[in-house]
Design a protein around this ligand. Sequence first.
Ligand code: NAD
Ligand code: WQD
Length: 339
Amino acid sequence: MPKILVTGGLGYIGSHTVVELINAGYEPVIVDDLSNSNPKILDQITKITGVRPVFHQLDLCDEAGVNNLATAEGDIEGIIHFAASKAVGESVQKPLKYYRNNFYSLINLLNAYYGKPISFVFSSSCTVYGQPDHLPVDEAAPVKPAESPYGNTKQIAEEILRDMIASGANYKVISLRYFNPVGAHETALIGELPIGVPQNLIPFVTQTAIGKREKITVFGDDYNTPDGSCIRDYIHVVDLAKAHVAALKLMGKDFKGYDVFNLGTGKGNSVLEIIKAFENTTGVKLNYTIGPRREGDIEQVWGNVNKSKEKLHWQTELGIETMMASAWAWEKYLSQNPL
Ligand code: NAD
Ligand code: WQD
């Protein structure tokens, strides 16, 4: 079976991708420093798939450690690089933590496997677009000045990868620009595990629904959108995970160099529509108020996903109801089975 190194593989998107890699006949090898994940997720992956992947607990900022990893795991076909710090607000408060973690880990990895014909999949973000001039936003849209150090690390990482390929490196590279991943695996055994107060909308919604939070604050309803609240392209995390398998398959064929793909549904939903969708899907009434806008929020963004359909041979299959129902099932599982 082709062996794939999955950095950050015990995290939210990484764990769901490990499951889909196993389902697709790959052998994932997980590398994670557990800085934002729980080792029990490995047990959960095993329960879902019947396979217990090899797990290396390692901080990818440790250059010697990464070089030892490349010796121990030298016979890999590809790398999916999820490992990073990802909290936008924290990145504004602690920029050096973000530049160090997100660049040291990337560069150590690229150096350690340099010269091997590796397929490299990078976790990028629609955040690189900022507020696009045209919607839906496609991959040719200009990258806008980053709104946060976190967003800057994604933009610069894409440049590092492009420059490396332009220098003649033997890698094949695909950057995947995720829109807003939400939801959980259908078994409700893995899902998003926010530490502390959730920054993202859906975990805040499910924690409010279960009674852990008193109410949701909608950050502004005075935007230039149909109902005044911000619009995003929410994508089910399992659809997102399957796109990584599609990217590996594409690089296994007649693929050279570097390419970028949007991973979204191609549709936008407002915050108030999400709240309504959650209530209608689960039957749980949500307590929410309208508050002031959140600093740094962009008004509206959703992806043009034609290139992913045509070249990646991938598109989303799961709708907003499944996103809401799976997120709620996971929250209920967590309330009975704290990890
Ligand atoms: P996550 O925090 O759940 O997963 C990241 C994992 O990487 C965690 O398990 C963490 O312990 C690990 N990690 C972090 N630094 C590490 C290091 N130095 N060495 C080893 N392991 C390390 O985040 P996620 O939501 O699964 O996101 C995965 C990737 O996708 C990140 O690169 C993130 O920037 C990107 N992304 C996420 C979103 C989103 O909304 N979740 C959107 C766009 C892009
Ligand atoms: C979604 C919408 C909020 C919470 C962020 C990062 C992005 C990526 C995905 C890493 C916004 C509104 C939220 C709440 C609210 N992460 N909201 N009340 O900001 O689109 O993207 O996560 O790559 O880089 O920027 O996601 O879930 O935080 O917010 O009204 O309590 O929900 O204003 O409009 P966002 P989000």
